[in-house]
Design a protein around this ligand. Structure first.
Ligand code: MV4
Length: 450
């Protein structure tokens, strides 16, 4: 096992990783920008190193500074958290060249899954169901038109180098195809410097359902069920829950088994998430995330498995000790992302938190790096905490969530808490009847009379 881990992140996830390290008896090194000198992850770590000025590219993304911090402190491993360098294959390669462990999968697996076409081909080869479409990039517009006609409209033109919804265009009919192709290509060229695109059948009202996996890189892999992340705005998840209100145990066992077998065959190491679109009882792979995700606590709440603890153990060379038959799903969990934002417009709201009173009690978890008197810097994302609530049933979970949202007080800044007070009382949400477009449609009805 490692003696000392450097945490190459900030905010709530740096704290989350720090807690797992402490419980394993591992020393911790925090890194921080000059804007984060007063951050909680710096205070709670055994040691800390300032790695640069506020902009992330000069600090949390600054590989030479991070290497120097490892060197100075003698850290044997780096946990990247999510975002920043967590899916950077070059960073994983550089660490290994310096004999420092990257707590995550192999650079090769990060690279494969970072290329949307290669990821899809790999998934298909491993027996994971994928969206019908072109097998790889389309070269000419004529090819694209022919393939679209074969698949049947509507189709979606996607950038090979894409992600986060950029470089995507829908063509509802053949007449829209040439403008969709040129728009997707030019947006992709601008954003990623690569104008290759591929084509998929466009699913009109899917849910976003993702499967959590854990592998040891030696051919052992298990799945930890799904999370339903359909409630999102502009590709930013807002509310995540496990299990999905749309699936039954038979569907879960089936898709989970397919994914776990695929990850065993790939010899995947660490935690990972296989993202699917789900529509009319069918799953369609879209991408794989090779990192710990923001919403991992909902899975922890229903399985009792500490994902960061497992991640660290397999990165140090241990074999998986949890078998698939050991994994059981207990009750229901919901996560609300508490952002420092206007709840109606989502405009960022950095500044000083003058009052902070998080909820508590049975089945309640608040993962946050903030405290009363803390000044939220404007340089990073607006996530200031996550409220995760567990109940024996989805109904109990929703009742508890409503109670927690009543208790939660955040003053001095605006937060997304009022948005969740609306959602927890909404009939569609209570019925679990929502797809990836639900939240944006509901916001268009001006629920805050903004
Ligand atoms: C799709 C789709 C419908 N059909 N692919 C958006 C981001 C990228 N990761 C995949 N995305 C989508 N791919 C097909 N064939 C709809 C989306 C999509 C979406 C997916 C997941 C979560 C939110 C979304 C919001 C809009 C569109």
């Amino acid at each position: 096992m490692f003696n000392k881990i450097l945490i190459a992140n900030r905010g709530e996830i740096a704290l989350r990783v720090l807690r797992a390290c402490k419980e394993l008896g591992i020393e911790t090194v925090a890194v921080h920008s000059t804007a984060d000198a007063n951050a909680m992850h710096v205070r709670l770590a055994d040691e800390s190193v300032c790695i640069g000025p506020p902009p992330a590219r000069d600090s949390y993304l600054n590989i030479p500074s991070l290497l120097a911090a490892c060197e100075i402190t003698g850290a044997e491993a780096v946990h990247p958290g999510y975002g920043f360098l967590s899916e950077n294959a070059r960073f994983a390669d550089i660490l290994s060249a310096h004999n420092i462990a990257f707590i995550g999968p192999s650079a090769e697996h990060i690279r494969i899954m970072g290329d949307k076409i290669e990821a899809k081909n790999t998934a298909r080869r491993l027996g994971i169901p994928v969206v019908p479409g072109s097998d790889g990039a389309v070269t000419t517009d004529e090819d694209a038109m022919r393939i679209a006609a074969e698949i049947g409209y509507p189709v979606l033109v996607k950038a090979a180098a894409g992600g986060g919804g950029r470089g995507m265009r829908v063509a509802m009919t053949e007449d829209e195809m040439s403008s969709a192709l040129s728009a997707a290509r030019s947006e992709a060229k601008n954003a990623f410097g690569d104008d290759s695109v591929y084509i998929e059948k466009y699913l009109l009202k899917p849910r976003h359902i993702e499967i959590q996996v854990l592998g040891d890189g030696k051919g052992n892999a298990i799945h930890l069920g799904e999370r339903d992340c359909s409630l999102q705005r502009r590709h930013q998840k807002v509310w995540e829950e496990a299990l999905s209100p749309a699936l039954n145990q038979e569907q879960r066992d089936r898709i989970g088994g397919i994914v776990a077998d695929a990850m065993a065959e790939l010899k995947y190491s660490g935690v990972g998430t296989i993202e699917f679109l789900y529509e009319d009882g069918e799953f369609y792979f879209i991408e794989m995330n090779t990192r710990l995700q923001v919403e991992h606590p909902v899975t922890e709440m229903i399985t009792g498995i500490d994902l960061v603890n497992e991640q660290i153990k397999v990165a140090s060379g241990a074999s998986l000790t949890i078998r698939q038959s050991d994994v059981t799903f207990n009750g229901h969990a919901i996560e609300c992302r508490i952002n420092a934002e206007n709840p109606a417009t989502f405009a960022p709201s950095p500044g000083k938190i003058t009052y902070w009173h998080p909820p508590g009690g049975l089945g309640v978890r608040v993962d946050s790096g903030v405290y009363q008197g803390y000044n939220i810097p404007p340089h990073y994302d607006s996530l200031i905490g996550k409220l995760i609530v567990h109940g024996r049933t989805r109904v109990e979970c929703m009742m508890r969530l409503r109670r927690c949202l009543d208790e939660f007080v955040v003053d001095g800044i605006q937060s997304t808490i009022p948005l969740f007070r609306h959602l927890v009382d909404n009939q569609d949400i209570a019925n679990g009847m929502y797809d990836i477009h639900w939240l944006e449609k509901w916001l268009a009805t001006d629920p805050f009379q903004a």
